[in-house]
Design a binder for this molecule. Structure first.
Ligand code: SAH
Length: 491
């Protein structure tokens, strides 16, 4: 698989949501720092104990409005007694350090303002749609960044979300009683949060929302299976379409090929079952007919399946066979296009696939059909100037070059090769058709490789590409050119 080799950095602080209802949270400090924490915690139903001998007016005002407990005394460790969380916010380093030590001795997690090294926990930037909350953390590294992200998420989430989540809470028991666990229950909730109920809440009509939710709950029909054949794109997870992402978030099962990167599979719903079906050279994998059977069976079980294929599902993806099997079995399906490898490779090379005055057609091929005695039609297109994108072409590179040259395409025709298109570890190579055979013997390419051949390739940007063959072979005749290219690869 084309996983990035470097490991993902891990979180040193793990986000959780802690129950504070009715619990005491102690904040020590009289000024702005204490007020900021008081405001943050004031969004919860914790009972605030503010230890401030000479509280500033704004803090006094907060205490009055929130009916917080005000301890008007010099700090003493007894003030932390019974608290579940402590904030040292005195702006006095020595005192904060003492508070931290006291809290730790008493076994209470503590946060010291602006002293990440003294913190047992960090406070997030918070988007509050109670009971729903989005907390953004940077482990103390970038509060400004956290605030910027907070502002963006705040814009994205409708103010009515809180009310919707509240309504959901009031339906939870009923849903658990009436709907079997798993699929039906999950489907109810996904309709609840996206259908008429959500729309009624957004329109401010809670009683209509309540009716819509009740109807949804009582009118549950058995789940109908559905298979989405989804293009995962060439590898980069942000080249996935929004529709693909939505389906992934809603899937019961994700059936994926080896070429689909883990990062894309990981974008699926957390509880979705993940089924790799291989299709990798040298690894055990399911046969195409086993995959067809699997999809049909999942559909019959009433599951929502995302069948993830690399690139576009309809380009060398054997989607035709899967669709035929689903049609025969009467199972509903849809196709979601993806960015095919040829497009990703062209983008990586800034290569115009059609070029005004140069070429106006393009060919998607595997080159594997060149092995037979007769030249396939696409070879004629290539000779007449079409841009040719060769999928799975590494092992037939010499065949492709040889046959095309033999049939009259100039050995000087430009060629661009991209390994791992769209990924950060991609490699780009340029050369001519005469250089192409060298690809077959390269041992340094382990990822998927896309080859693009044609005059339009000359319009690409070669600033970031390596020569396909270190030294250009001299072209004596076509055969010699291939031989000398083959020698080039041995170096
Ligand atoms: N359905 C896929 C193609 C599957 S065939 C699509 O539309 O892209 C597999 C071939 O696709 C590989 O052998 C390789 O030629 C090409 N390919 C897939 N991902 C690629 C990538 N990231 N970079 C270069 N080529 C890729």
């Amino acid at each position: 698989m084309q996983h990035e080799s470097q490991e993902k950095p891990r979180l040193n602080a793990f986000p959780i949501f802690m129950r504070v209802e009715g619990e005491v949270v102690a904040i020590v400090g009289s000024g702005d720092e204490a007020l900021a924490k008081a405001r943050l915690l004031g969004q919860s139903s914790a009972s605030l104990r503010i230890v401030a001998k000479n509280a500033e007016p704004a803090l006094l005002d907060f205490i009055a409005r929130h009916r917080a407990v005000h301890v008007e005394a010099d700090y003493a460790h007894e003030h932390l007694e019974g608290a579940v969380m402590v904030f040292a916010a005195t702006a006095d380093e020595t005192l904060d350090t003492r508070i931290v030590a006291d809290a730790r001795r008493m076994g209470i997690p503590v946060n010291a303002v602006d002293r990440p090294e003294l913190c047992d926990f960090f406070t997030p930037a918070l988007v509050n749609r109670a009971p729903l909350a989005v907390a953004i953390g940077t482990e103390g590294a970038g509060p400004v960044l956290a605030q910027m992200i907070r502002a963006r998420i705040d814009q994205m989430l409708s103010p009515s979300l809180g009310a919707l989540a509240g309504l959901a809470a009031s339906f939870r028991d009923a849903a658990e009683t009436l709907l079997p666990r798993g699929n039906p229950r999950r489907r109810f909730w996904s309709d609840f949060f996206s259908g008429p109920t959500a729309r009624a809440v957004a329109a401010g009509n809670l009683s209509l929302a309540h009716d819509a939710a009740t109807e949804l709950l009582l009118s549950r029909t058995p789940a109908v299976g559905h298979i989405a054949l989804v293009g995962a794109g060439p590898g980069a997870e942000d080249l996935l379409t929004l529709r693909a992402q939505r389906l992934l978030m809603d899937a019961d099962v994700i059936v994926f090929d080896a070429l689909v990167p883990e990062a894309v599979v990981a974008m699926g719903r957390r509880d979705a079952e993940r089924m790799p079906v291989g299709k990798r050279k040298g690894c055990h994998s399911k046969s195409q007919s086993e995959i067809n059977t699997l999809l049909v069976a999942l559909g019959r079980e009433g599951r929502r399946v995302v069948r993830l294929k690399s690139g576009d599902p309809l380009v060398f993806g054997r989607a035709g066979e899967e669709m035929a099997a689903l049609r025969d079995a009467g199972i509903s399906y849809e196709v979601v296009p993806g960015v095919t490898a040829a497009f990703a490779a062209a983008a990586d090379f800034e290569l115009p696939l059609t070029l005004r005055g140069v070429t106006s057609s393009m060919v998607f091929t595997t080159g594997h059909d060149l092995k037979g005695g007769t030249l396939p039609d696409w070879a004629k297109l290539a000779i007449s100037g079409a841009t040719v994108a060769v999928y799975m072409g590494r092992s037939v590179a010499a065949e492709v070059a040889g046959r095309l040259i033999e049939s009259g395409l100039s050995p000087d025709t430009a060629v661009a090769v991209v390994e791992n298109a769209s990924l950060s570890n991609r490699r780009r190579f340029h050369g001519t058709l005469a250089d192409l055979p060298s690809l077959e013997a390269r041992r340094d390419l382990s990822g998927p490789v896309m080859t693009i051949i044609g005059d339009a390739v000359a319009g690409a940007n070669f600033d970031r590409s390596e020569a396909l063959v270190a030294q250009k072979p001299t072209v004596f005749g076509q055969d010699e050119a291939l031989v000398s290219a083959a020698e080039g690869k041995a170096r």
